[in-house]
Design a protein around this ligand. Structure first.
Ligand code: TLP
Length: 348
C-alpha cells in the first residue's frame, strides 16, 4: 500500500536533480568563506529576498534564533504572536539562549497581529520595564493554517515597529508559499522587514537548510553567532547544492500543492465526523477537527493503519500538509481512506 504522508512538507526527499547537483557540487571550507556553492546559494537567496546578504543555516529554528540573537541583547523584550512557531516549537531558544522576554499578542485567524496591539505593547522607557527591541512576524502562518500576510499588512506593521525603533524579523519558513498564493515576488513581501529566514527543506524539497537574509552588517554579526552555535559547516556546498536547485526550480510548482490542499479541505468538510477549523485554505496547510464522538488518537492511529499520515496537534486539532510528493490522485485516495476510517470509528 502506498503511504500518503501529509504530516508535513518537511518529509519531502531531494529530487533527482538535487541528487545530481549534490554529486557534482564544487565545495570548499565555508568557515573560511571558500565554499563556492554556499556562496552562490547565499547570493541567490539575498537576491530573491531583495536583501544585501544571506547566511546558510542548518534549520529554520537556527535562522530564527540567530535573528533574535543578532537583533537583541540579553534582557530585551520581543513581541510575537501567541501562535508563533518561535513560541511553540523552537524549544524556547529565544528565551533560554537569547535571554529575551517573549511578549505575546493574540494572532487573529489570518496570522496577523492587530497593529494597535503592537503599538500598545511596545514598552515606554521605564526603570521597571525591559526594552522592546524586536517584532517577529510569520508568513505563511503555520498554526493559523498556512495563512498569508499581505504586502500592505506587513508594511503597515513594520512602519509601526520602526517608528518606535524596533527591528522586524519575519519567520518566512514558507515565504515562497505566500508569494505564490498572492502572485507577488517574495521580495515584495519582505521589503520592509529587517530580516527574513526562509526554509529550503519544506515545500521546496531540499534535504537540509534555511537562509537568514538581511543587511550586510546584520549577516556579518549573525555569521559570527552561527559559529558560536556550532553552525559553521565547512564543505556545506554538498547540501547547499540542493538548495540552489530548490530555489531555481521548486517555487512555482507550489501552486499545485495549494490547489491540492484546497481540494483536500473540501473533501474533508464533506466527510461525516470531520469539521474544518480553518475554512480558508490559502496555501498548503489544512487544519481540521473531529466531532466529539471521535477521538483524535484513534483517528490518527486508524489513518496510520490505512496508510495516511497526519499530525495531531494539541486537543483534537489535526493538521495535513500537501507537498510535491502528494499528487492530485493521492488526494482522492487519501479522502477515500479517511472516510472509511471515520465510518469504521463512528460505527464502533
Ligand atoms: N515547522 C515544522 C514543525 O516544527 C512544526 C512543521 O512541520 O511545520 N518556522 C515555521 C513557520 C515552521 O513551520 C518551521 C517548521 C520552522 C520555523 C522551523 O524549521 P526547522 O524545522 O527547519 O527548524
Amino acid at each position: 500500500m502506498r503511504v500518503i504522508d501529509l504530516r508535513s512538507d518537511t518529509v519531502t526527499h531531494p529530487t533527482p536533480d538535487m541528487r545530481r547537483a549534490i554529486f557534482e557540487a564544487e565545495v570548499g571550507d565555508d568557515v573560511f568563506g571558500e565554499d563556492p556553492t554556499v556562496n552562490r546559494l547565499e547570493a541567490m537567496a539575498a537576491e530573491k529576498m531583495g536583501k544585501e546578504a544571506a547566511l546558510f543555516v542548518t534549520s529554520g529554528t537556527q535562522g530564527n534564533l540567530l535573528a533574535v540573537l543578532t537583533h537583541t541583547k540579553h534582557g530585551d523584550e520581543i513581541i510575537l504572536g501567541d501562535e508563533a512557531h518561535i513560541l511553540w516549537y523552537e524549544v524556547g531558544g529565544a528565551a533560554t539562549l537569547g535571554g529575551v522576554n517573549m511578549r505575546t499578542l493574540p494572532n487573529d485567524s489570518g496570522g496577523c497581529l492587530d497593529p494597535d496591539d503592537v503599538l500598545l505593547a511596545i514598552r515606554e522607557r521605564d526603570i521597571h520595564c525591559p526594552e522592546t527591541t524586536l517584532l517577529c512576524l510569520e508568513n505563511t502562518h503555520n498554526r493559523c493554517g498556512g495563512t498569508v500576510l499581505t504586502i500592505e499588512y506587513t508594511n503597515d506593521v513594520c512602519d509601526i515597529a520602526h517608528s518606535r525603533g524596533l527591528k522586524v524579523h519575519l519567520d518566512g519558513a514558507r515565504i515562497f508559499n505566500a508569494a505564490v498564493a498572492l502572485g507577488v515576488p517574495a521580495s515584495a513581501l519582505v521589503q520592509n522587514v529587517d530580516s527574513v529566514s526562509l526554509c529550503l527543506s519544506k515545500g521546496l524539497s531540499a534535504p537540509v537548510g534555511s537562509l537568514l537574509c538581511g543587511s550586510t552588517a546584520f549577516i556579518e554579526r549573525a555569521r559570527k553567532l552561527r559559529k558560536m552555535l556550532g553552525g559553521g559547516m565547512r564543505q556545506a556546498g554538498i547540501v547547499a547544492a540542493a538548495g540552489v536547485v530548490a530555489l531555481e526550480s521548486m517555487v512555482d510548482r507550489m501552486a499545485d500543492d495549494h490547489a491540492n490542499a484546497r481540494r483536500l479541505a473540501q473533501g474533508l468538510a464533506a466527510i461525516k465526523g470531520i469539521r474544518l477549523t480553518h475554512e480558508h485554505v490559502p496555501t498548503n496547510i489544512v487544519m481540521f477537527g473531529l466531532v466529539p464522538e471521535l477521538s483524535a488518537e484513534q483517528f490518527v492511529a486508524g489513518l496510520e493503519e490505512a496508510g495516511v499520515r497526519i499530525i495531531p496537534l494539541e486537543g483534537d486539532l489535526l493538521r495535513a500538509v500537501t507537498h510535491c510528493e502528494v499528487s492530485n490522485p493521492d488526494i482522492d485516495e487519501a479522502l477515500t481512506r479517511i472516510e472509511a476510517v471515520c465510518r469504521r470509528l463512528r460505527v464502533r
